[in-house]
Design a protein around this ligand. Structure first.
Ligand code: KG4
Ligand code: ZN
Length: 393
């Protein structure tokens, strides 16, 4: 089966085609085409993501990315053709709010034949609603153009599912068998959640942040320290350097470990960010050496909290697997410390490939495939939902 995945929930525009063989749990799959355009450089100037700019950029980039992706996948055939007036009208209506997208898709449709695609999976939430809508409308337009079934996918489910495949060669993967129940820790720019996963596609949110998400805290602290956006990787680099240069140094800038005594599975990261702000205000000259020391202490504090809460969740629910996912799971220290935690608890750890940790369309195509093979029905009438949750609780 060939699935086209589309992702536009934040500042990455991405499309991917996967080809799967066999059924779960023993399915194999291959990435046929995988294209991503990151708007990071554009938003970096403003220190964060602007929803309307993200929306415009998605609309501009989706068709060129799709063309590239189909060519890469070797399923793009040129053929001059006329789209019926009736179909064209329908597509125009679907794309009426997405500036310039109809005109681009119309040109594309007149020169490229329907590719060999069995289903389209698209992120319909959570994320920035205007950005999500572009992907959703585009998927609906393609579904109409090609008569292909559509599957809305929860972005966070994508982050979980992508941790459950193992790379066997450059483009080939196999599904790992997940030993349930699993506890998934989702850490991204918008989310910090502990999720109980009792069986495939069954989720219960058992812990959540009361304020900032982990990635958001990384990005805000980076900004306070004068580091570029997105701050996560920058902080991580500095922290690593500090650990290498001064492995045993006790910090002169201690930060709190919020919520470690809260006796629940919730998080709070805004206090730690404020603590960094106060610390920095008191420092007469914020040198590179001090930034590096603060970056390490911040990363240590965050990792300590997420490790402690995950351990608590594993014990409370008798979990046999820990899954980590979301952009922040690209973090080296987090990967190392979770490896140690899983070993100590004697359970499995599932982590995505570093390159598939941050937003991409591969994870959406994968989650789409898992939904399809689990018997989910295609949908035509669905909305983009900025606050879409993994479970109704
Ligand atoms: O999942 P993602 O790509 O987008 C959302 O769905 O939010 O996550 C992006 C977040 C950003 O806050 C970014 O700073 C953070 O992931 N991030 C990292 C690292 N790489 C990305 N945070 C810490 N360490 C990293 N290496
Ligand atoms: Zn994400």
């Amino acid at each position: 089966m060939k699935v086209l995945g589309i992702e536009t929930s934040c500042d990455e525009t991405a499309v991917c085609v996967i080809e799967t063989h066999g059924d779960l749990p023993d399915a194999k799959l291959k990435i046929l085409g995988n294209q991503l355009y990151s708007q990071v450089a554009l938003h970096a100037k403003y220190g964060g993501v602007f929803p309307n700019m993200a929306k415009r950029e998605h609309a501009k980039n989706l068709v060129p990315l799709l063309e590239k992706c189909l060519t890469e996948a070797n399923i793009s055939k040129e053929k001059k053709q006329k789209i019926s007036a009736e179909k064209n009208e329908k597509i125009k209506k679907i794309l009426e709010r997405e500036e310039g997208l109809f005109e681009m898709l119309e040109k594309f449709a007149e020169k490229i034949e329907k590719p060999d695609i069995d289903a389209i999976a698209v992120t319909n939430g959570p994320g920035l609603e205007p950005a999500l809508w572009v992907g959703v409308s585009f998927a609906k337009a393609l579904g109409e153009l090609w008569n292909v079934p559509l599957y809305p996918v929860n972005h966070m489910e994508g982050h979980i599912v992508v941790a459950s495949v193992d790379k066997v060669s450059e483009k080939e993967f196999v599904f790992k068998k997940i030993d349930h129940p699993a506890i998934a820790l989702l850490i991204s720019g918008g989310h910090t959640q502990l999720v109980l996963n009792k069986e495939t596609l069954n989720y219960e949110i058992i812990g959540d942040t009361k304020d900032d998400a982990v990635g958001e805290a990384f990005d805000k602290v980076a900004r306070i320290l004068g580091l570029p956006y997105p701050g996560g990787p920058e902080i991580s680099k500095l922290a690593e350097k500090e650990r290498r240069e001064f492995p045993d140094k006790e910090t002169a800038y201690p930060l709190p470990r919020p919520m470690i005594h809260s006796n629940d599975l919730n998080f709070s990261f805004s206090g730690i960010k404020t603590a960094v702000l106060y610390t920095v205000k008191k420092i007469p000259e914020l040198t590179g050496a001090i930034k590096q020391e603060i970056a390490r202490e911040f990363e240590d504090a965050v990792v300590e909290v997420i490790i402690l809460k995950t351990r608590q969740a594993v014990i409370e629910y008798g979990a046999r697997t820990i899954v980590i996912g979301g952009g922040v799971s690209a973090n080296k220290k987090i990967r190392e410390d979770f490896t140690i935690l899983a070993r100590e608890l004697g359970i499995e750890l599932m982590v995505p490939e570093v390159s598939a940790s941050t937003d991409n369309a591969f994870m959406i195509a994968l989650a789409g495939y898992v939904n399809i093979t689990s018997g989910k029905k295609p949908q035509m009438d669905f909305r983009a939902q900025g606050n879409l949750r993994l479970s109704e609780d």
